[in-house]
Design a protein. Structure first.
Length: 429
């Protein structure tokens, strides 16, 4: 059946229904190669889960063993148990949280003090998430005599069709939005973590180790969006290798940021009956995040579109594709059971490379062996994207991967088209 679905996609190039294939250590080379062949057609229609890592993350979170093998996605890559889950998620911009710590009135005296200030802001954000979950699903009622507060479930809007389609709702005789699903899930999703890690890495190197500039001076320059300091901006942007280049120092910072976020957000697994698994995503929110972001310490201007999901920030990954995979796979993705994607964009010219499918097939095997979580691959031509923006009628069926789904480029708003074009930093083999 899997091969049949891939054959249909390969022949008809249907982008309306993104397809994800579960692969693992036992997946045959034949299937990996067929996946690679379809991915090379472009459009990002087919992505992959490393089911071994996904299932281990679900086990550690506490799902019963009998439920774990049935996992699927909510629509993009968020993990859930089908037919038994009411799902929602709460996204936030981790870079904006970090920049609040960076631009605080009190200037940290050393790097660890700055890092702790960021963690304090992160903890506040997680607490706000938990408060909002409680408010969304429960109403508080104080006892008129004792004053003790008790919490009662809120009833959601009617949804008869969805409830009838969900087996757990039929069994409990409750609707989907009235705790009829066996698992009520509200996941927390951070965006911008690679940008946080890159910022911290640049600050530690230039401010605290090399003492090239004080943190107070750098913060002022970032507030002014590098005005009058272009030479310094270029040095910070190009001298260091950041996350995505298989650099030990940069990746160690990314791993530290990743694990601290997962630890803080995952310390408690529920708010009363509501499960709160940890995830990482942007889902295209780079557009929403950009207006509230200052310039970054690793050389980016204010309001730029930065990292998607846990992918390298556009323009910072200067080494071949293997370096990106190595950097990403240094994380322990069992700590993010709700999902953590890597986006790979290859030049459309790769299709002309001898045995391109074999090369991509080997990349998929490395992704599995190194412990990746979720991988979405697209082959794109930046010049074609620019031409399609100017003359959409010439490219009515040009399909691009957005973020967990694919769409016809001509159907996107100008804002979304610009984001797709700007973030297209192509990987090299």
């Amino acid at each position: 059946m899997t091969h049949l679905v891939l054959d249909v996609i390969g022949e008809l190039h249907i982008s309306d229904y993104p397809v994800t294939v579960r692969i693992g250590g036992r997946t045959s080379e034949k299937l990996l190669r067929r996946i690679a062949e379809v991915q090379l057609l472009g459009g990002g229609i087919v992505s992959v889960y490393n089911e071994d890592i996904v299932m281990e993350g679900l086990r550690r979170f506490g799902y019963p063993e009998k439920e774990v093998p049935a996992f699927t996605n909510d629509g993009c890559w968020e993990i859930l148990i089908p037919g038994k889950t009411m799902f929602g998620y709460w996204p936030f911009d981790a870079l904006a949280v970090f920049q609040k710590a960076l631009f605080a009135e009190k200037t940290p005296e050393n790097f660890e003090e700055l890092y702790e200030a960021w963690l304090t802001r992160l903890k506040d954000t997680v607490q706000e998430f938990r408060r909002q979950v409680l408010t969304q699903f429960y109403r508080a009622e104080p006892d008129p005599v004792s004053g003790k507060v008790s919490f009662h479930r809120k009833s959601g809007a009617p949804d008869a069709v969805l409830s009838l389609l969900m087996p757990s709702c039929r069994r409990t005789a409750r609707s989907y939005r009235n705790f009829g699903a066996r698992y009520v899930v509200k996941a927390i999703h951070a965006g911008g973590l690679p940008d946080v890690a890159n910022s911290l890495y640049a600050i530690r190197k230039f401010v605290y180790e090399e003492k090239r500039i004080s943190l107070e001076e750098l913060a002022g320059i970032l507030r002014d969006d590098w005005m009058g300091h272009e030479k310094l901006r270029l040095e910070l942007a190009t001298r260091l290798f950041y996350y995505g280049n298989d650099d030990p120092g940069a990746d160690a910072m990314m791993k530290r940021v990743f694990e601290d976020y997962a630890r803080i957000a995952g310390r408690r697994k529920r708010v009363r009956e509501v499960l709160t698994p940890v995830g990482i995503s942007t889902f295209g929110r780079e557009i929403q995040f950009a207006p509230n972001r200052f310039a970054t310490a690793f050389g980016k201007h204010a309001h730029e579109y930065l990292a998607s999901n846990l992918s390298p920030t556009p323009g910072t990954d200067r080494k071949p594709l293997s370096a990106v995979l190595n950097s990403y796979c240094k994380m322990d993705f069992t700590l993010t059971p709700n999902g953590c994607p890597l986006d790979i964009r290859l030049s459309a010219g790769i299709r002309k490379v001898p045995d391109a499918a074999g090369i991509l097939c080997r990349m998929l095997r490395v992704f599995l062996e190194k412990g990746g979580f979720y991988l979405q691959v697209d082959t794109v031509d930046p010049e074609m994207l620019k031409a399609a923006k100017k003359d959409p009628d010439r490219f009515p069926n040009l399909v691009v991967r957005i973020s967990g789904w694919s769409a016809r480029f001509a159907s996107l708003s100008e804002e979304w088209q610009d984001m797709i074009i700007r973030r297209t930093a192509l990987e090299t083999l």
